[in-house]
Design a protein around this ligand. Structure first.
Ligand code: SAM
Length: 293
């Protein structure tokens, strides 16, 4: 097939079925850094809808002006999503078409787009997704870790006790794990990951598609050490190796024997307690209390 320029593509009869329809919400994936990472179809939809709902009304105009798109914008973000969602849904019901763009990447992945989709589907409003960039998938593909089976955890909770509990639950997950993290929370998250998962490999993917893009593959202990010396900067996706398939040695034993197994293998008592707690998916305080009964 001949390569088409964006204009030719727009005029091509094959794009008939790409016409923007009334009463439809379009989820339009936008670049996660490099402004060229947008599809012809996304540009076409953004140019043709009646209005655009944007998570960041300061950022989105830069993208729109790059593609010479002039459309009315309404803001839609975490703190106005309830009231603004109702407003957008009522305009859709009245026959308008709307494109939702979030801060970056694919709307509804770890952003308030999820709530607007739920609302529209409850109201039988048609939703169409225009695929494109997503930080999670971009990071996973270049991580060097297994991509055949993976799970996405989005942002971990910032409540430390709950986060540690969630990580313990995930510690036996054998699929590659993908999480989002903000730079100022990275160090603590790496420490919690190391405590819950042990010394697995992690790909620290930052500033994807941007000038300073980086994807460092190291172990969790190396990552903890590296970021205790270096200040994390930019946006991060962490891609973490899954747990080994086989059942952990000793998890079926009584707690004291399980801990002893690790001590016999040369670990200190505290490290043995930590390792046994990890295998069993319980807090180390529980193992400690059990062997000191
Ligand atoms: N919906 C977006 C998507 O499809 O990827 C994700 C939105 S979420 C609010 C923002 C998070 O995505 C950031 O905190 C960071 O973890 C990740 N992220 C977005 N852009 C990134 C980039 N260029 N490099 C690394 N991580 C990025």
């Amino acid at each position: 097939m001949k390569n088409l320029s964006p204009n030719e593509w727009e005029n091509n009869e094959q794009t008939e079925r790409n016409r923007v329809e009334p009463s439809t919400l379009y989820l339009v994936a936008t670049p996660i850094g490099n402004l060229s990472d947008i599809t012809y179809r996304a540009v076409k939809v953004l140019s043709e809808v009646d209005f655009i709902a944007a998570e960041d009304t300061r950022n989105t105009p830069k993208l729109l002006s790059r593609y010479e798109i002039k459309k009315p914008l309404v803001s839609y973000y975490e703190h106005n999503k309830r009231e603004r969602g109702e407003y957008i849904a009522s305009r859709l019901e009245a026959g308008e078409s709307c494109a939702l763009v979030t801060d970056a990447g694919t709307p509804a992945i770890s952003d308030p787009g999820e709530d607007l989709v739920v609302l529209c589907r409850e109201r039988n409003i048609k939703v169409v997704s225009i695929p494109g960039a997503c930080a999670a998938i971009t990071a996973l593909t270049l991580s060097g870790l297994p991509t055949r089976r993976f799970c996405f955890e989005g942002f971990l909770t910032t409540v430390r006790g709950q986060r540690k509990q969630r990580l313990r639950e995930l510690s036996r997950e054998t699929r590659t794990l993908v999480i989002y993290e903000a730079p100022h929370k990275l160090k603590l998250t790496l420490e919690d990951l190391y405590e819950a998962f042990g010394d697995r490999r992690v790909a620290l993917c930052r500033e994807l598609t941007k000038l300073n893009e980086e994807a460092r593959l190291m172990t969790l202990s190396e990552a903890v050490a590296y970021y205790s010396e270096n200040q994390p900067r930019g946006e991060f996706v962490l891609v973490i190796e899954g747990a080994e398939e086989e059942a952990p040695v000793g998890a079926d034993l009584p707690v004291a024997e399980h801990v002893q197994k690790y001590i016999d293998a040369g670990m200190t008592k505290m490290d043995a307690i930590k390792a046994a707690a990890r295998d069993r998916g319980v807090p180390k305080s529980e193992v400690y209390a059990e062997i000191n009964k």
